[in-house]
Design a protein around this ligand. Structure first.
Ligand code: F6P
Length: 547
């Protein structure tokens, strides 16, 4: 029996949980104004710097004691052992009986990580080497399409973890990308996605990457079939063209071969890599094509630096651990439901969307690893947009709405595009937002501005709205790897406290099965009686009439 299968005492009956509940009664109502006034050093003390990242967590509704109590809870939940178990390749994904080793994907060549008695690192590096030589050939124009022209367009077809990571990384690292290559991403089974992504592309110079861990995902296989037809009709119909215009990223060699892609053109990964934890595996081929093998290595090194920090730093000085524990504090004691992730860097515009899968597919679970229904909230809703855009849309609710929404602000000292005053203006805004959220503006202050009495309540900012601010020097492949690893491990920390399996995703299965059943029923030639509920039956009939 693995560590994770051992029965855990109920979370809410742990004395450490009770201590936090009492502590919440004592300090939960305190205003950040009070907490800052009581400790002039708070803004320096409740901070943490590691691996070039600086986390200011002082604007959270906590005291130093809160951290101690959260760390006590983490210890009671055996977080250090669970971290070791993950890094050691224990099968902590218990419902799928799999190891969880995204950390092995970014481990150095001389590392030794055992799964089922074998070191997986040589395989990891063999795939990385194969990816590097392929990318070098494509980027240098040596990889030729069917008609002898070098590849100039890359279309990644995938969905979920086989899309969100690649899209996010491409956008995040665009500054470092080869501008001679056009990168496109197709995920949705809505044909519009494929049509718009390829409308202006020349098939002769287009390479499709079919990215799918299982190589059975309906959306991806439908888009891949369409891509094959589009390509073959564009280059003269010879099936030999597939070898020059299609590569596969998958764990399923059999299905890849069935599709018609030579396994020589397949970049492998393994069942111990979860889809949402796979952007630095072969699934990152589009990223490597865009930024090149060296920059990809920098990204892996960034991931690895946070992995090492996570596995070795004491819990109270451990960035992902602190972030994860603060989420527990809000989710379970303040009944907070959502977290906003607000990067003040346009390159990170897809980062919140990426985090949605990472956080919610991981921790959207209502049973413990033992299969018991939890009696506490789990997985919060993550969402966000880059600043300053969000300020002009939904920040109103964060400032003056009735809900408490902790925010993660992410900002950089230097812009990759230093232009005039832009960066100072950008950063002034992020600092202003966390200041306004924390301290607000009292009725007295509003009135003192000469505001008429009737307008005062509308212009009061209650404040006491918590945030983290994460600062790094400049956006880079290295920093991107660090940011992703930070959230991956924070998600893991939360799952350990909640005693849930963060690495399965059974909740996506039912809809897939039902959709397969409905597809033939949508055809007007389908004669069998519809046997769904009355609503679904009627919607099917309406759709048939509309089509
Ligand atoms: O439906 C959810 C999911 O299984 C995700 O976990 C995964 O990232 C995505 O589908 C795509 O799966 P695949 O890479 O096997 O096509």
């Amino acid at each position: 029996m693995t560590l994770s299968k051992q029965a855990q005492p109920s979370l809410t009956s742990r004395p450490q949980w009770q201590a936090l509940a009492e502590h919440y009664q004592a300090i939960g109502g305190k205003h950040l104004r009070e907490l800052f006034a009581a400790d002039p050093q708070r803004g320096q003390q409740l901070t943490l710097e590691a691996e070039g990242l600086y986390l200011d967590y002082s604007k959270n509704r906590i005291t130093a004691q809160t951290i101690d109590l959260l760390v006590d809870l983490a210890n009671a939940c055996q977080l250090p052992d669970r971290i070791d178990a993950m890094f050691a390749g224990e099968k902590i994904n218990i419902t799928e009986d799999r190891a969880v080793l995204h950390t092995a994907l970014r481990a150095p060549r001389d590392a030794n990580v055992q799964v089922d008695g074998a070191n997986v690192i040589p395989d990891v590096h063999a795939v990385l080497d194969k990816m590097s030589s392929f990318c070098t050939r494509v980027r240098s124009g040596k990889w030729l399409g069917q008609t002898g022209k070098p590849i100039r367009n890359i279309v990644n077809i995938g969905i979920g973890g086989s899309d969100l990571g690649p899209v996010m990384a491409y956008e995040a690292l665009r500054h470092f990308s080869d501008r001679n290559l056009t990168m496109r991403f197709v995920s949705n089974v809505d044909a519009t996605d494929f049509v718009e992504a390829t409308a202006d592309l020349d098939p002769e110079v287009t390479l499709f990457i079919v990215a799918s861990k299982t190589f059975t995902t309906m959306e991806t296989m439908t888009n891949a079939d369409t891509a094959r037809q589009w390509l073959l009709s564009g280059v003269g119909g010879e099936r030999a063209a597939i070898a020059k215009h299609f590569v596969a990223l998958s764990t399923n060699a059999e299905k890849v071969t069935e599709f018609g892609i030579d396994t020589q053109n397949m970049f492998e990964f393994w069942d111990w890599v979860g889809g949402r934890y796979s952007m630095e595996s072969a699934i990152g081929l589009s990223t490597m094509l865009a930024i090149g093998p060296e920059a990809f290595q920098d990204m892996l090194a960034g991931f690895h630096s946070i992995d090492e920090h996570f596995r070795s730093a004491p819990l109270a000085q451990n960035l992902p651990c602190l972030m994860g524990l603060l989420s527990i504090w809000y989710a379970n004691f303040f009944d907070v439901e959502t977290v906003a992730v607000l990067p003040y860097d346009q390159y990170l515009k897809r980062f919140p969307a990426y985090l949605q899968q990472l956080t919610m597919e991981s921790n959207g679970k209502y049973v413990t690893v033992e299969g018991n229904q939890v009696d506490y909230a789990t997985g919060m809703i993550y969402w966000g947009e880059p600043g300053t855009n969000g300020q002009h849309s939904f920040y109103q609710l964060i400032h003056q709405g009735t809900r408490l929404i902790p925010c993660d602000f992410i900002a950089f000292g230097r812009s990759l595009n230093p232009l005039g005053e832009h960066q100072d203006i950008l950063i002034a805004n992020v600092l202003a937002q966390s200041e306004a959220l924390a301290f607000g503006k009292t009725a007295e202050e509003v009135a003192a501005d000469g505001t008429p009495a009737w307008l005062v309540p509308h212009r009061v900012f209650q404040g006491n709205r918590p945030s983290n601010t994460l600062l790094a020097q400049q956006m880079s492949p290295h920093v991107l790897g660090q940011l992703v690893a930070l959230y991956e491990h924070s998600v893991f920390v939360q799952s350990v406290i909640w005693n849930i399996d963060a690495f399965d995703q059974w909740g996506v299965e039912l809809g897939k099965v039902l959709a397969k059943r409905i597809i033939p029923e949508l055809s007007s030639t389908h004669t069998a009686k519809l046997q769904h509920d009355s609503s679904t039956n009627e919607l099917i009939r309406r759709y048939r009439a509309l089509k």
